[in-house]
Design a binder for this molecule. Structure first.
Ligand SMILES: Nc1ncnc2c1ncn2[C@@H]1O[C@H](COP(=O)(O)OP(=O)(O)OP(=O)(O)O)[C@@H](O)[C@H]1O
Ligand SMILES: [Mg+2]
Length: 349
């Protein structure tokens, strides 16, 4: 069994708490993304799963096996680091062969198959020194993957590669995981990477696990304003205002139909769920207009510091400063506590 159980995991560096009481279950064969901004504790969590760092408190189990005290070499995990580690004095083939040869296993046809999968076949006999960053990253992944670890850990493996190659690798990594059915933990600060590849995403901020769910659950029902603003491009619109008699009000906004108590709240809705119309719940001047290609994005200025992005047709034309009416009924809206940012009921079903 290669399920991973993190039980009340805590990591402190001196007085600083890098990870606050993390409980998480990763199923056998699952692709889990750890997502969050720089410094939120992703690598710290990953290093503890790998056995490179010892937890301050808590336990780590692989299936029924408690590995908390087991050294990295005996955990049976494959690890691709944030900064790839390649033997530059060796050829591509020697790098791929290395792990299996160290175990006394003849790589046989495995090297050729892995090279084929990662598009490295033509480069097998080239020295690694001098290869592009894109290729080296691919090689680093291949070198770990060839060992067919039951648990495969990747820490921002695509952060150094260019955008076009990243898109290709997203597809390839997903295919690799499907083929070997490993339990995969993938660290990234790129929400698009997490959304496109993972079975489930664990969103972290400041050493605290914010939400765990499928990409769709997290996109559709963010647990708090942090998750709402971290997932999606553009981020979810978040508008401070208040509920009065079941209606949300803020400068330029009046939305009836909420089942929430009177008081200050933060309203959320996604740019693509609202619609430019002849009349609507929002009436506000256009602050900016951007063509995205398949669509365009109008940003409305609501209060002095409050804005809302609205997706429109690619040929939609409007002057900056012109007043725009937008349909944003309660059924597309989310409500969050004005103080804590936690999701409230009474809005989107
Ligand atoms: N050995 C250490 N000693 C002291 N503080 C550390 C140590 N390792 C990490 N930290 C701190 O713990 C916090 C979490 O670090 P971590 O490397 O896990 O973040 P991360 O989410 O992986 O960020 P990034 O996206 O930048 O890689 C950071 O504030 C970091 O400075
Ligand atoms: Mg990191």
């Amino acid at each position: 069994m290669s399920a991973i159980h993190l039980k009340s995991l805590v990591k402190r560096f001196g007085p600083f708490t890098a990870l606050k009481t993390m409980d998480m279950e990763i199923a056998d064969g699952e692709f889990m993304a750890l997502l969050g901004p720089s410094g939120c504790g992703k690598s710290t969590t990953m290093n503890m799963i790998a056995g490179m760092e010892a937890p301050t408190e808590g336990r780590i189990l692989f299936g029924d096996r408690d590995v908390t005290q087991v050294p990295m070499g005996q955990r049976g995990v494959g690890f691709v680091f944030q900064n790839y580690a390649i033997f530059t004095h060796m050829s591509v083939r020697q790098n791929l062969d290395y792990g299996l040869r160290m175990k006394g296993v003849d790589p046989g046809p495995k090297t050729a198959a892995m090279a084929e999968l990662l598009g490295l076949t033509d480069l097998l006999d080239r020295p690694s020194a001098g290869l592009s960053v894109n290729i080296l990253q691919r090689l680093a992944i291949g070198r770990s993957a060839i060992m067919e670890p039951a648990i495969f850990l990747l820490d921002e493996p695509l952060s150094n590669v260019d955008a076009a190659f990243r898109a290709v690798m997203r597809t390839e990594l997903k295919a690799l995981q499907r083929q070997f059915r490993q339990t995969m933990v993938y660290v990234t600060h790129d929400q698009l990477e997490a959304m496109t590849m993972a079975d489930r995403i664990a969103v972290m901020d400041h050493g605290v696990l914010q939400q765990v769910g499928t990409p769709l659950e997290i996109y559709d029902r963010p647990a708090n304003t942090f998750v709402a603003s971290f997932i999606g491009s553009p981020a979810m619109n978040l508008i401070p205002g208040e509920i009065r008699g079941g209606a949300f009000t803020a400068p330029g906004v009046e939305i009836p139909g909420f089942a929430a108590a009177d008081g200050p709240v933060t309203l959320g809705f996604r740019a693509e769920d609202a619609q430019v119309a002849a009349s609507g719940e929002i009436q506000a001047p256009v602050y900016s207009m951007e063509l995205l290609g398949d669509s365009s994005m109008a940003t409305l200025q609501l209060g002095s510091k409050s804005f809302a992005a609205i997706k429109a047709a690619k040929d939609f034309k409007v002057e900056i400063g012109e007043n725009l009416a937008v349909r944003a009924p309660a059924r597309i809206c989310h409500l969050f506590d004005a103080q804590t940012g936690q999701r409230l009921s009474g809005a989107k079903p």
